[in-house]
Design a protein around this ligand. Structure first.
Ligand code: ADP
Ligand code: MG
Ligand code: MG
Length: 884
């Protein structure tokens, strides 16, 4: 027996989405539930694949099965395809497993020809309706199946309206429509060289083939590539009895959600139009009415629809997005699917549905996409605001901000300090722009992608950012940018929406970020399910406070070098680095000690009762000095222009120092614990500051848990020496102060060798924190800046790498290094505390891996903490599911 290629709606069900596509499965399920669905059948996705396998021919038996199904439908409706006395008209609808814009549009009213159109006119006593249906059919078939440019038809429709003085297409009378039919057929003849197919079975065959072919049109392929939908799924074809919303004012068509998809409010949300068909509602031909008006216009139908909507939501236990048509007062359901929703709505709906008893807490936690809630934690453009977008770029870091445009980091810093709200606009940013970026409300660049310097830094510090807005032309010298005829000068107000990638002229109403009561509820359920702890990366007391507020259970990474970069400290740091004698250096260190003690008091106080992991100095020292290139330019200029000799001498000396410190590859040079070993004094000072701060607080009654993290250890001896040295300082301070503090010493694991000898290293480390940024750099042998700037994006585009390993942990390589490290470390110290503090700690896919590896916690930027809490719960629930 031939394979079953065709299913009547009454034969399918909701769980047959793979075979019947989403639309087919939905129509089948609604039919089974006894809802009013126009009869029809579905040709399977397998038939589509078989069509391609056999060189674009229908597989054996498919057409015959379709004809049998059609007979069945004819029996149910009492109408016949091509029968002039009582014609059956059908729609031919594509429908893949996942809803896919870019696939073929639906052909409506198939089955019309000169005879059936006359029959339809007579039968309905409504020639206007019949010819309207006919012209729509030729138009759609021409565009969709025959690939004729749609403007050719639209222009003629427009001309006909003008000619007859009609405002909308609903005003065209039957004679104008008849003429239009002839005109349309003329277009088809001219464009294809053939007559419009008047044979209904021929029309059906061609339409089905066109749906199959549309699976592989370039738009559909691009959409699948972008959304990771396998190309092997194929599309189903639905052939369904037409119902007519365009039979007068007791007819209509509409779309509606069971809940508001942007707020989540539980009430019907949607639009409809009377005397309209198919896509009229969304096509913008006439302005549709809000669904609530339907209650007034056609109360009986509205009631019935509201009941069905309610039933469908109960049945699917999720928000439904439905399409319906009313034919002369009778309601028909044409589609139902789970409704796409915004972040606010997703959270509210999940929580409400638990409270309504529709789903349980686990399901609610699983239903909200972790990455989506990121949006809720930033200032956002009010969704109801109207505004003018002047350019678009890549949405690199979420949130939105308004401010005055500035074009250099220095101005950003200066104006920012003066209390102005500024937005830094640059062609691209560099490390020296960092201070200016921090001082800005948002960052906008005309070049670069999602992993450019601007994007990475902005995400790290939680500033909205749009990059690669190529339409804008930035003139740094003249301090302005332009887009077409719009010119924005320094000081002009602009708004940057990093969630959408929009650049907007002027101010826009905003909504402040908040953890709504619904989100708070969802996250507290998530906390009950997750196994991973969630900590934050925070360098300052205000970040730490934010982190705590968002649910962080401690600080997983406090970087101390940012503290050295601040304006009041940098000169002292530089002096310390350049000091010729021990005395000068010590004096500098003593001054820095004062600052650092205050820093740590601030953070430890905010995080009272929770662990705070402090990483000792990590970057190479020359990062604190002026750049070699800039000094060289200055010295050369001074020499050539016979400038101030004192200044020249001073700069020459500095240049000399900087030149000596230059490294061919600073990333692999004198930094981390190597620096601490070669340059003693700095880390001792830091540890002293930490413990003095801890002791002071503890005496005040504040509970403190400092954890000292020694970076960049590759050999066990490096850690042994440093720890020995530093623990002595810690003990000395505690003795001086007469206080004993609960502390830990540990290390960052970021060098591949350290993973392999983790059993040795664990002897001197109470905790490991995976520095997955460096571990990825050294694991792949990529320098991140060079890789992201030069080849990484191409690697990802070409599929050489599945994704950017700096955003999502590389499971097979870097993940494996982590696994080895964990396994070996536990042989020495079974209860070792294990964490991750790279940017990956806030990425849901990486969090899932961390859960599988059995880490104790993940640490991420404060704004990602809620995302991490949710993602950690989802990882635990998914894993539980898999293990069962
Ligand atoms: P899409 O996937 O683009 O939504 P659909 O197949 O759902 O495409 O159809 C587009 C429009 O045509 C929808 O508004 C739908 O309601 C309408 N439509 C489809 N089939 C029929 C039918 N049998 N009778 C009346 N309207 C139909
Ligand atoms: Mg639809
Ligand atoms: Mg590192």
């Amino acid at each position: 027996m031939a394979k079953k290629w065709v299913y009547l709606f009454s034969e399918g069900s909701a769980d047959m989405r793979d075979l019947l596509g989403g639309k087919g499965a939905g129509c089948a399920e609604m039919t089974r539930a006894g809802l009013p669905v126009p009869p029809g059948f579905t040709i399977t996705t397998e038939a589509c694949n078989a069509y391609y396998d056999s060189g674009e021919r229908f597989p054996d038996g498919m057409w015959e099965q379709a004809m049998d199904a059609l007979k069945h439908v004819e029996g149910q409706t009492g109408k016949k395809l091509g029968d002039a006395a009582n014609p059956l008209l059908v729609s031919v609808r594509s429908g893949a497993k996942f809803s896919m814009p870019g696939m073929m549009d639906t052909v409506l009213n198939l089955g019309l020809d000169p005879e059936t159109v006359a029959g339809l006119a007579k039968l309905t006593d409504n020639p206007r309706f019949a010819y309207d249906a006919y012209r729509r059919f030729i138009q759609m078939f021409g565009k969709i199946v025959l690939d004729i440019a749609p403007e050719l038809f639209e222009d003629q429709l427009e001309a006909a309206k003008q000619h007859s003085g009609s405002k909308t297409d609903a005003d065209l009378d039957s004679d104008s429509l008849k003429t239009l039919v002839t005109t349309f057929k003329g277009i088809v003849k001219k464009e294809t060289g053939e007559d419009f197919p008047d044979e209904p079975y021929k029309q059906l065959e061609q339409a089905i083939m066109a749906v199959f072919r549309s699976w592989n049109n370039s738009r559909a392929i691009a959409y699948r590539n972008n959304n990771n939908i396998p190309h092997s799924l194929g599309t189903a074809v639905n052939v369904q009895t037409m119902v007519f919303g365009n039979m007068g004012n007791d007819s209509g068509t509409g779309v509606a959600f069971t809940r508001d998809p942007s707020t989540g409010e539980k009430k019907l949300y949607g639009e409809y139009l009377l005397n309209a068909q198919g896509e009229d509602v969304v096509a913008g031909i006439r302005t549709p009415h809000h669904i609530s008006e339907m209650e007034r216009e056609v109360p009986r139908v509205y009631q019935q629809f509201a009941e069905i909507a309610q039933r469908l939501e109960q049945h699917y236990r999720d928000v439904q997005d439905m399409e319906f048509t009313i034919e002369r007062g009778k309601l028909y359901m044409l589609q139902t699917r789970s409704g796409k929703r915004g972040a606010d709505a997703a959270v509210k709906i999940a929580v409400d549905m638990v409270q309504e008893g529709l789903i349980d807490k686990q399901e609610a936690v699983m239903r909200v996409e972790a990455a989506q809630i990121d949006q809720l934690l930033h200032t956002r453009v009010d969704p109801n605001a109207k505004y003018k977008v002047i350019a678009r770029g890549t949405n690199a870091a979420p949130g939105a901000a308004t401010g005055q445009a500035v074009f250099t980091a220095a101005t950003a810093e200066e104006w920012g300090k003066a209390g102005k709200r500024v937005i830094l606009v640059r062609p691209k940013t560099d490390p020296e722009d960092y201070q200016g970026m921090i001082a800005s409300q948002a960052i906008l660049t005309s070049t670069g992608g999602a992993t450019s310097h601007a994007a990475v830094v902005a995400r790290g510090v939680g500033k909205p950012c749009v990059v690669g807005a190529e339409a804008i032309h930035v003139d740094e010298v003249a301090k302005r940018f332009s887009v077409d005829s719009v010119v924005v000068n320094e000081g002009d107000m602009i708004t940057v929406n990093g969630t959408t990638g929009e650049v907007i002229l002027g101010e826009v109403p905003m909504i402040p970020p908040e953890i709504s009561s619904h989100l708070g509820q969802l996250l507290s359920w998530a906390d009950d399910f997750r196994k991973l702890g969630v900590m934050a990366n925070a360098d300052y007391p205000r970040d730490s406070e934010k982190a705590r507020e968002l649910g962080a259970e401690g600080i997983g990474l406090c970087r101390t070098e940012h503290m050295f970069m601040e304006v009041d400290r940098l000169p002292i740091v530089q002096q310390m680095i350049l000091a010729k004698d021990q005395d000068t250096r010590q004096r500098c260190l003593d001054k820095l000690l004062e600052f650092q003690r205050q820093d740590f008091i601030g953070i430890l106080r905010v995080m009272h009762g929770l662990p705070v992991t402090i990483r000792l100095i990590d970057p190479p020292l020359h990062e604190f000095l002026p750049s070699y290139e800039e000094l060289l330019v200055e010295v050369t200029t001074l020499r050539c222009t016979n400038g101030d000799p004192k200044r020249l001498k001073e700069r020459e000396e500095l240049l000399d120092e900087v030149a000596q410190m230059r490294e061919a590859n600073p990333m692999l040079g004198l930094r981390g614990c190597r620096l601490a070993i070669l340059f003693p004094g700095i880390t001792e000072m830091q540890v002293r500051a930490i413990f003095e701060a801890a002791c002071i607080l503890q005496k005040e009654g504040v509970e403190v848990h400092p954890e000292i993290m020694i970076p960049l250890v590759g050999h066990v001896n490096e850690l042994r020496i440093e720890r020995d040295k530093l623990e002595k300082v810690a003990k000395a301070v505690m003795q001086e102060q007469g206080v004993s503090v609960d502390y830990k010493f540990g290390t960052m694991i970021e060098i591949p060798r350290a993973c392999l000898v983790a059993n040795q290293i664990a002897e001197y480390a109470e905790f490991f924190s995976f520095g997955t940024n460096d571990l990825t750099q050294m694991g792949f042998g990529f320098s991140r800046d060079d890789a992201e700037g030069k080849f990484l994006l191409k690697y990802v585009e070409d599929g050489i790498l599945p994704f950017n390993p700096f955003q999502t942990l590389d499971r097979d390589g870097v993940g494996e290094l982590m696994r080895i490290a964990i396994e070996r470390a536990k042989t020495t110290r079974p209860d070792i505390k294990l964490g991750i503090c790279g940017e990956h700690g806030g990425d849901p896919a990486s969090i899932e891996l961390c859960h599988e590896l059995g880490l104790t916690y993940v640490s991420c930027s404060p704004f990602r903490v809620p995302v991490a809490r949710l993602a950690a719960a989802q990882a635990a629930l998914t894993k539980g599911e898999k293990d069962r």
